[in-house]
Design a binder for this molecule. Sequence first.
Ligand code: TPP
Length: 701
Amino acid sequence: MNLAANKQTLQATSDQPNQAIDWIRVSRLMLQSRALDEIEEQELVPAKLVFNQFSARGHDFAQIILGCLLNHPHDGAAGYYRSRPFVMSLGINLDDVAASPMAKAGGYSDGRDIGVVCNYPNTQREGAMLFPMCGGVGSQYSPVSGWAQSIVYHRDELQDASYQGAIGVSMGGDSSMSTSGFWAALNISTTSDLPHLFYIEDNGYGISVPQEVQTPDGDQVANLQAYHHLKIIDGDGTDPVQTPALIQKAVDYVRSGQGTCLLRLKVPRLCGHTFQDTQTYKPPELIAEEQARDPLPKLKAHLISTGVITEEQWQSLQADCYQEIKAAVERAKLRPEPDPEQLTRFVYAEKGNVQLRGGLAADGHKFPDSNPEAKPEGSRLNMLTAIRKTLEHELATNPKVVVFGEDVGPKGGVHGATLGLYEKFGEHRVFDTSLSEEGIIGRSVGMALSGLMPVPEIQFRKYAEPAAEQLTDTGIMRWRTYNQFAAPMVVRIPGGFAKRGDPWHSMCDEVEWTHKVGWQLAMPSNAEDAVGLLRYALRDNNPTVFFEHRSLLDNSWARRPYPGDDYVIPFGQAKILREGHKLTVVCWGAMVERCDNAAQQLGLDIEVIDLRTLQPWDKEAVCRSVEKTGRCLVVHEDNRTAGFGAEIVATLSDEVFFSLDAPIQRLTMPDVPNPHNIHLMEKAVPSEASIAQAMQNLIEI
Ligand SMILES: Cc1ncc(C[n+]2csc(CCOP(=O)(O)OP(=O)(O)O)c2C)c(N)n1
């Protein structure tokens, strides 16, 4: 059926949107979305072709209107598993929409993710980019704060006028407002009046849990009324007249630069949480009431009564939509399965195969030349100054670098790494954040996706814990979107013992970052390496944790001359500090000085290797050395069980077993937190004396 001739738009009236709505497109999208739900529920789920069926029936009308209004080339939106009609309204390929829930080849993730957790790079920039969604409720919010901040940054700092009027939109259900991610983002965006629209679809339930369990008196939005710098718009999400007006009002408010807005629309969830959920927890009267609020018949009645469409045309459109979806599903079924040989591709960036969105690489950023040869200049710097100098140079030469974290601005960081950078580069490039690590890393995700290079600081290693979800989701982004998206960033994390230890400021646990898929981990032992590794990370296309050991920041052994503004150390290249033939000692971070000193004192022909990066780590250098010496001691400050030493030992036993003259050994902290009393700490952390003893024992076996 050709409805082009009938295509009408609803023009502005005093209480209606001032932007035209293409009602036929809206109807088509709704009918297509419903048809796909129906086919999935009736055919694909029973046939075990689809396992995660989330329907948006009831939420769909408002979502589609929102999608139709996101027409700015720099709009960015983060949805959730119930956002499919919205996603379809952005113009995503229908065949991918049908094929991805079946985990077929191609699509959003090449079968790696559940189909309702999707993404849309929209490289043509015809409207919004859809962030790579995540399964974790609440994780969608703070990346949008970062995107919204980047809009301001591109517009005002980089003077790119094309960002004028762009917005970030985060979508979520009412229960997602209980998450720390929601509150982190709300604080960030309202505090800076960022162009961020919180779009809340309130169906009254989180799976089976009613709102009364989530918030006092069951109304999150009523409880937000006192929140400053937050425009709240609240209303019905099913009405063909009021709903578009509310959405338009909210979008216009944010586009106009007035600040952050929360739009809450009440919608019915016309089905279980998933297809498997039978909703036994809902009283039958409520279910009936919800069905009566279905926006689809309301839309149809409205369009017929206003002369946009006739009953026959509606019927015909509905049949067309069903057939279109059915055909897309049939084509999807014929798509091949993903190639298992590709399983491990795109954990990290591949040369010559740049992601479509995110990071400096996607925009073709050109860096000045890098040089792997150190050209030492001047007197020795401590590691803290070396880090600061490197940050300063990269900030000065790359306007897309932004440095931030708790106390990082005027104070210069609690460790002093950013001292003076705020004064030099200004509040948009070096700034303090709210005390929310989830917000710090989530904000970084949005910034990275917008083409900036975020350099967040987590004040102490242990305080990365509240950011765990964002860190995990960042690491796996490239893999789960099959190289469509990546969020390269450099997370600076000071940790380990200092003059004293304690369980909170001295945690190491660096092994976590080697285990977290998609992250690189650098752990320098001295100022020269800190410069080379940090600069490499700042110009790389992967996310990196840069672990700054607290005891090394002002340690005299770690002081080195500055190796030059172009110096880089490519990751995965260990440094042999001392050559020997009797024993290989593998170490990193603060253990390097101790191992080197112990080896020197013993004078027993010991080889000492500083790994410098643990992900990737230089297996070849270690294996080569152990093949030569026949003995290996791994020394680390991290706890023993499943510390990175275990990985090294396992690798050596795989690769060089027949070259060994003695068991491979580890000297580590016992499995306790770092203690505060100095005597306890000295007992816990490997010392020069205990390292020397372990070296001697192993050589004598
Ligand atoms: C962090 C996290 N905790 C728990 C879940 C499991 N879960 C998935 S959806 C959901 C309820 C969310 O409800 P709401 O935000 O209101 O959205 P709705 O499904 O009602 O649209 C829960 C608990 C999850 N995905 N993520």
